[in-house]
Structures are given as C-alpha cells and as structure tokens.
Design a protein around this ligand. Structure first.
Ligand SMILES: *Cc1c(COP(=O)(O)O)cnc(C)c1O
Length: 409
C-alpha cells in the first residue's frame, strides 16, 4: 500500500513535467560540485519554512502595524526573525523584509540619499556589484557613482585612493563591499574616511555576513551606518536580503523598504530567515564558518601549486578569485571546461587588464561535509579539467560527490 506523504509525490502526480524539472535540478546539485561563491545548501528546516502556509499570507507593513488582517502568526514570524538577527549581529535594528540583496542595497540608498547624490563605491571592474553604480542598474542611473579600485599589484584596496577620492568628490555615502574581494575590508578605515567627509558608510556585506555570524570574519556592524546583506550565501538561509542599522535610522530604513521600494513581505521567506538565524546562532555554525575559511585557504594553496594566479595571493574568506592564464586559458574558457567536468563556478573581473578570471567559494562544499583533503583533490580536478581532461575529471567529480550528498540520503 502506498501512502503519499511527501509534497514532491503530490507534485509528481499533478504535474510530472515540473516534477521532472525539480528532480533534475536536485540531481544536478548533488552530482556536480557547486563552487559558485554565492551559493550554499540550506537545511531541510529552512526548506520546510519556505514551503509552509505562510507562503499564502499577505502582510504589508510591519509587526503590529499591518495593512491586512489575520497577521498574528506573520507578526510572530517577523518579530522572531528580527530578534534573532539583532541578537546574532549585535545590531540595534534589523529589517528582514528585503526580497534580495539588491533590494536591500537599493533600500539603503532610498533611505539615505536623493537622486543625483554622489556615492563612492568599489568600481565594477574591480569587484563592485551591479547595485554599486552600474549604468544598467537604477543605482548608476539615479546617483553619481565614483569608483575606487584595488592596487593592480597586490589586488588589495588602496585606502589612500579611497581617501583621496572621498575628499575630491565629497560623496553623500561610501559603499564598502564587493562580489569578489577575498580579504576582510578594514571597516575602521572606511569609517574614518566617511567621517572626514561627512558621508554615510553603507557596508554591503552580502558575501561575508555568514562568516560574521559564525565569528570567522570581522563585523561591520559597529562601523557602518547601514549594513546590507543577503541571507542565502555563506549564511545558509533562504534567498533574500536584510538590513541592519542603529535605532536612529530604523524608521527611515523601514519606510525605505516598505512602502517605498517593496510591497507585501514574503512571510514564508521571513520565517525561513528566522530558522536560518536560529541555526547560525548555534556553536555548530561557528565551526562551519571556520571550516569554510580553512577549506578556502587549503583550496587556494593547492590551486596556486597547480599554477593558478590568485588575486591578493590567497584568501581570508570563503571566496577565491583566480587567473587561469598561466595554464594557457582565460576565465570564460576555464569556466566552460570546468562546467563540462561538473565543476560549477563563475567568471569575474581581474584587478589588472581586461582578461576575466574565475571566482569560486567553499560555502556549499563545506556544508556537504568536505574538508581540506577534498580541497586538495578538487584543486587537482580543476587543473585536469582546465588542462582539457574533461571526461576523466567528470567521472572523478561524480565519485567525489557521491560521498557527500547535499540533502542527506
Ligand atoms: C550577491 C550580492 C548582492 C545581491 O544579492 P541578490 O540577492 O542577488 O540581489 C549585492 N551585493 C553584493 C556585494 C553581492 O555579493
């Protein structure tokens, strides 16, 4: 007798076509290596919250002040998420409604800036995010962005250049954050420069916020006026964003999210964020965050031995940016060969020249339980795949991933 208990079984009965798509994606995630620096595997508990009845609840506004009825559980979910976030990060206020990291950044701008204001941020060719002034993004169209870079030799942020540009352009805000910088920014230096010119300091900690939660990276919270973050990268929560700030900016930030830039909050995602914050507060998450960094260091060292050039010469975080040029290929070619071998990652800008490199991270493979031994093995697979030995490498990737199922057995 078969009893249907799993939602996936119900989906298969009703819509086998879409059930196949979802099963295919699950299989793809399980039998290839997810080395994109921005991805991770959430717990089953987080996925359960995402698939819960709160997905059907409208809750415009904030706890205790909603535009809809029946929000008692939605309020509990959001209050819990806010309390856990403020406790986890030592912040006075948390807004957990941003639908994504980009929504969080745009809401921070909306709270602090007016159209036409000058903003100093890392230039896109050096690792700035689209929301840091790309002409293809609202930020670049509505604000006057000035870009700082990194030193072409060391790959490190040149704080004297940041200071010089700040004094020359007198920005209303300085943005600290990047999609590919593998080192800890010096938040205190950014704070000092911002104070010298009377600018707000916005830290876009989309990448390192999970390491911050686990005590494996310095916290920007004591230095920034506003911290923007994602919840789905190293932090291992649902896809979404978050804002942290002091009590004096709380109301402006809240109004900038709703009603200024967003509509109804996604309550199932907010519940899932609360679950993830709960997980991140446990000692096991601290262990995880430190292992992510140890794995990134081991992988970085091994990649270097195989001939890759690493920007900044290594990493302090989960993130590695590498130039495969010494192996005779550029970033896009390397990404293609790695993908064919079952190793999934992104290309990225390099701090020198126009060639692109590859960007990778260890958050997902560490969640799967891989350690430094596997990192050395993965580096060898990188070299073999980039060298053109795709078929054999694909088989070995399959063997490796079999031992580390991302969603358990
Ligand atoms: C990932 C990221 C974002 C955007 O997050 P989304 O959820 O994709 O919108 C913003 N800023 C930085 C620095 C990021 O790394």
């Amino acid at each position: 007798m078969s009893v249907i208990t799993q939602p996936t079984d119900l989906l298969r009965m009703q819509d086998p076509q879409m059930a196949d798509v979802l099963a295919g994606e699950r299989q793809r995630q399980a039998d290839t290596l997810q080395m994109s620096a921005a991805e991770n595997f959430t717990s089953t508990a987080v996925l359960a919250a995402l698939g819960s009845a709160l997905a059907n609840k409208y809750a415009e506004g904030y706890p205790g002040a909603r535009h809809h009825g029946g929000c008692e559980y939605a309020d509990l979910a959001e209050r819990t998420a806010m309390e856990r976030a403020t406790a986890l990060f030592g912040a006075e206020h948390a807004n957990v409604q941003p639908h994504s990291g980009s929504s969080a950044v745009l809401a921070a701008y909306a709270a602090l800036l007016r159209p036409g204001d000058t903003v100093l941020a890392m230039g896109l060719p050096y690792g700035g995010h689209l929301t840091h002034g790309s002409p293809a993004n609202l930020s670049g169209r509505w604000f006057d962005f000035v870009g700082y870079g990194v030193d072409t030799g060391t790959g490190l942020i040149d704080y004297r250049q940041v200071q010089r540009l700040a004094h020359a352009h007198r920005p209303q805000a300085i943005v600290c954050g990047s999609i590919s910088y593998p080192r800890h920014p010096e938040y205190s230096a950014f704070r000092e420069i911002a104070d010298e010119v009377g600018a707000y300091l916005i830290v876009d900690a989309a990448h390192p916020i999970g390491l911050v939660a686990g005590g494996a990276a310095p916290s920007p919270v004591p230095y920034a006026d506003v911290v923007c973050a994602t919840t789905h990268k190293v932090l291992r929560g649902p896809r979404g964003g978050m804002l942290l700030c002091g009590a004096e900016l709380a109301e402006r930030i809240d109004r900038a999210v709703f009603p200024f830039t967003q509509g109804g909050a996604q309550m199932h995602t907010i519940a899932a964020k609360a679950v993830a914050f709960g997980e991140a507060a446990r000692p096991a998450f601290g262990t995880y965050a430190h292992r992510v960094v140890a794995n990134a260091r081991a992988l970085a060292g091994a990649l270097q031995e195989h001939g890759f050039t690493l920007t900044t010469g290594g990493t302090d975080t989960h993130l590695i940016t590498a130039d495969p040029a010494p192996l005779g290929v550029d970033g896009p070619t390397a990404r293609g060969r790695l993908a064919a071998a079952g190793i999934v990652l992104d290309t990225c800008a390099l701090p020198y020249g126009d060639q692109r490199g590859i960007r990778l991270g260890t958050a997902a493979v560490t969640t799967q339980g891989m350690g430094e031994e596997e990192m050395v093995r993965i580096a060898a697979l990188f070299a073999a795949a980039v060298g053109g030995d795709g078929v054999k490498t694909r088989t070995e990737v399959g063997e490796l991933t079999t031992g580390f199922p991302p969603y358990g057995e």
